[in-house]
Write a protein that binds this ligand. Structure first.
Ligand code: PGA
Length: 249
């Protein structure tokens, strides 16, 4: 997968009709993208509409924002990794801070989800990040590395090396308060060192994305920061013109 990776997390925005309108505008202003990977994480119910809109643009990938940690069963409202793959998802977010804080996703569950996804042939994008009070207490690395360890726990080194990592400090998500490129590099460097212990040499080629209040104004600087291999973007990915600017940053 080519780096940088630019990932759009639409959260609970853009149903099929809005997605079609988004792509009419976005694709008209975005000629073929090369030398980078662009992936959309729409709501699962919008996935089909996104894929139809992108059928002539195979350079764009799609994924889901969430899967359950079981293969099937009586889990009303949930979808499984296998279903996501069947529906054409190439990637899935795991452990996004909103899933952790609002929906009780535990460290252990993130590990099971990564395992289920890889078994189904879907690449997990494991999200990690500290809350403001944890940062203020100097616990950033401790928290991030704990989340990494749990998310990759069931995987052997070769499997773990295929997981994408997104560092998203919780205090920067949707707040307009972005980590500086230096902040991002510091934490990404710590993640990379930890990964080297865990998976060996392959850590050098693993992608570590930054997320949290990325916008068209700061994307280029963040992407240029050492150890930043891509961006996971929420709010600014909803608007075609902002997203075009970020994809080309
Ligand atoms: P934001 O969200 O860009 O709106 O801060 C990022 C995310 O939650 O992935």
């Amino acid at each position: 997968m080519l780096k940088p990776i630019l990932a759009a997390n639409w959260k609970m925005h853009h149903g099929p009709t809005e997605a079609r309108a988004f792509f009419r505008d976005f694709l008209a202003h975005t000629p073929r993208v090369t030398g980078r990977t662009v992936v959309f994480f729409p709501p699962a119910i919008t996935l089909r509409a996104v894929q139809e809109a992108l059928q002539d643009r195979p350079e764009f990938l799609t994924g889901v924002q969430h899967v359950h940690d079981q293969a099937s069963g009586a889990f009303t409202g949930e979808i499984s990794a296998g279903m996501a793959r069947d529906a054409g998802a190439r990637m899935a977010l795991v452990g996004h801070s909103e899933r952790r804080t609002l929906f009780g996703e535990t460290d252990e569950a993130t590990g099971r989800k990564c395992e289920m996804l890889l078994r189904a042939g879907v690449i997990p994008m494991l999200c990690v990040g500290e809350r403001l009070e944890e940062r203020e207490q100097g616990m950033t690395e401790q928290v991030v590395l704990r989340q990494l360890e749990a998310g990759l726990a069931p995987l052997d080194a070769a499997q773990a090396a295929t997981v994408l990592i997104a560092y998203e400090p919780v205090w920067a998500i949707g707040t307009g308060r972005t980590a500086t490129p230096e902040d991002a590099t510091t934490v990404h460097g710590a993640i990379r060192r930890w990964l080297r212990e865990r998976v060996g040499e392959k850590a050098a080629t693993m992608a570590i994305l930054y997320g949290g209040s990325v916008n068209r104004g700061n994307a280029k600087l963040l992407l240029a920061a050492p150890d930043v291999d891509g961006l996971l973007v929420g709010g600014a990915s909803l608007d075609p013109s902002n997203w075009t600017a970020i994809v080309n940053a």
